[in-house]
Design a protein around this ligand. Structure first.
Ligand SMILES: C[S@@+](CC[C@H](N)C(=O)[O-])C[C@H]1O[C@@H](n2cnc3c(N)ncnc32)[C@H](O)[C@@H]1O
Length: 246
């Protein structure tokens, strides 16, 4: 699946044909999530544990398109296992990314907690710095679905409400992995203001929206925050941003 405002069906057809052509020209072709890679190893596709965790959680074409991003997240989560602190996701929606991480790592056996922060009712208007549709991420029953999804894990804490306000209710003292996926530069900065200092050296931040043209405001806000602290975020071809705390 590809995202964006295609002008017409001919543009979509062109893209489909180009991808088929790539496949005849090269080995190791991956096309999806607005990335076309060729002559690549794509080793993660051969990681059976990764594929099982991914495939058992995928529920639709949009989630299916996220496999490259999930590969980054699984790398970050595995790295963060040896870092003191808990795992945090800000912007959970239906819990897809965190479910893949938790299943991959058999999180229930770990001496860590996974904190999941979301309103589960969409982006709050006071944080909607990028003017999303009010109905986006706001379908009924999302919270209940996430509670059910993670019910097999005693060490997953689902914290419902507005970020950063809910950090006062529950937040780890030390963070090893922070996944920021709020689709809001205002909320993202507010989350960083509380959590960045809690990240243990060696801990990882994955910015889901960092390299996407449509999320430019989030990149600018993240860069401003990090520049004042002497960091530079790595933009990777998945559209994510990556940072390891020193
Ligand atoms: C792109 S979705 C997250 C996708 C998710 N990580 C996944 O794996 O599918 C963005 C989420 O951020 C949440 N959100 C945005 N701003 C928020 C805020 N200030 N407080 C809490 N949740 C927020 C929305 O409710 C929405 O569910």
């Amino acid at each position: 699946m590809f995202y964006g405002n295609f002008r017409n069906s001919q543009d979509i057809e062109f893209l489909k044909n180009a991808i088929e052509r790539f496949k005849t020209m090269f080995a190791g072709v991956y096309a999806g999530d607005n990335a076309i890679l060729f002559d690549r190893s794509l080793g993660f596709l051969e990681d059976q544990r990764f594929m099982n965790a991914f495939n058992s959680n995928v529920r639709n074409e949009q989630e299916q398109s996220l496999i490259l991003r999930l590969n980054t997240l699984i790398w970050a989560a595995q790295h963060a296992l040896s870092v003191e602190g808990d795992f945090v996701e800000c912007g959970v929606y239906r819990g897809f990314s965190s479910a893949v991480i938790a299943d991959y790592l058999e999180f229930g056996n770990l001496d860590k907690t996974l904190y999941l922060y979301d309103t589960f009712e969409g982006i709050p208007s006071e944080h909607d710095s990028e003017n999303h549709e009010a109905t986006e991420y706001a379908a009924r029953g999302i919270y209940e679905g996430v509670v059910q999804r993670f019910s097999k894990y005693d060490n997953v804490r689902i914290v419902k409400g507005i970020v950063p306000d809910t950090f006062a209710d529950a937040a780890p003292e030390k963070v090893a992995l922070l996944h920021l996926n709020l689709n809001s530069s205002k909320a993202q900065t507010a989350a960083l203001e509380v959590l960045f200092d809690r990240i243990t050296p060696g801990g990882v931040i994955v910015f889901d929206d960092y390299g996407w043209a449509a999320c430019r405001a989030q990149r600018i806000a993240a860069d401003e925050f990090m520049t004042t602290r002497g960091y530079r975020i790595l933009e990777i071809p998945t559209g994510q941003g990556l940072l390891i705390k020193r």
